[in-house]
Design a protein around this ligand. Structure first.
Ligand code: HEC
Length: 248
């Protein structure tokens, strides 16, 4: 179906799509086509989307500690296609067509005025994942379980060296199975409840929560799960409506 839409758009629309990819304006359905188009072709060949550093949303980063000594031996920077964060915060999952790009860097560690610091030195390659909730590529060993999966060496962003996502990728992502195979705990922007939103007058520095002193109660949840598990108490309903970025 999506393939059909892409085909139906035809060559005449390619210029418009390129323009949209630059501005990220236009109707949502068109943006979805643009994003899918950018990371995978109709036959399911995945590639690193062009210009993701300037057009994608920053999700978060990981530092893999050095085996010996201080600092990180690798840094991973993760980006998501435009609109992915808003969609995730609304629905709790990445919608069809979402693309995730993880850069893998070798690092350099040294002394700076902030302490011992590691920074990105050399790009080693990219992991790319594309949401495919409708299983558009049955029989293709790089697609399955709701995603297209591929690794790219730094010298070739267009051709993957991965051959089978089950052995190359998925076994390592099992701990994140319940969150669409994605390690969402590392991405603050996805968590609607990350920061308390009480007006300062209603916050208490200690974070102490008491039913008697409503004004000193402050709600802080660090993940959506925590927020859902501990909903706003009945005695505050109707009195306080500000909760988790306005999500009830
Ligand atoms: C050695 C285990 C391992 C393998 C193999 C692996 N991953 Fe991951 N992947 C992880 C871990 C752990 C994270 C999050 C922490 C990090 O980056 O260090 C992650 C993060 C990612 C991310 C960022 C989104 C997220 O899930 O948080 C993408 C994209 C990704 N991996 C894609 C792939 C693809 C595609 C493959 C196969 C080509 C693959 N990974 C193979 C362990 C692995």
């Amino acid at each position: 179906m999506k393939t059909a839409i892409v085909a139906a758009l035809g060559l005449a629309v390619i210029g418009a799509i390129a323009a949209l990819a630059q501005t990220q304006s236009g109707p949502t359905w068109m943006r979805t086509v643009v994003v899918r188009n950018a990371a995978a072709d109709a036959s399911g060949n995945i590639r690193v989307p062009a210009n993701y550093r300037t057009t994608y949303e920053f999700l978060g980063s990981w530092a893999v500690a050095a085996d010996q000594g201080a600092g990180a031996k690798q840094q991973h920077i993760v980006y998501a296609s435009p609109g992915a964060v808003a969609a995730y915060r609304k629905s709790g999952h990445f919608p069809d067509g979402t693309v995730l790009v993880k850069e893998v860097y070798a690092t350099s560690t040294g002394s700076m005025t902030t302490g011992t610091v590691s920074h990105e030195l050399a790009l080693q390659g990219w992991f790319v994942m594309v949401v495919d909730s409708e299983n558009d590529h049955p029989g293709n060993k790089l697609w399955g379980d709701g995603w297209g999966w591929s690794w790219f060496d730094a010298n070739n962003s267009l051709k993957t060296t991965s051959t089978d996502y089950k052995t190359d990728c998925q076994s390592c992502h099992v701990p994140a199975r319940s969150t669409q195979w994605i390690y969402v705990q590392g991405y603050p922007a996805l968590h609607r409840c990350h920061a308390p939103r009480w007006p300062a007058a209603l916050s208490h520095p200690s974070g102490v929560r008491t039913g008697l002193a409503l004004a000193s109660w402050r709600r802080t949840c660090h993940s959506q799960t925590e927020c859902d598990r501990d909903p706003i108490p009945w005695w505050t309903r109707g009195q306080m409506t500000l909760l988790c970025d306005g999500v009830p």
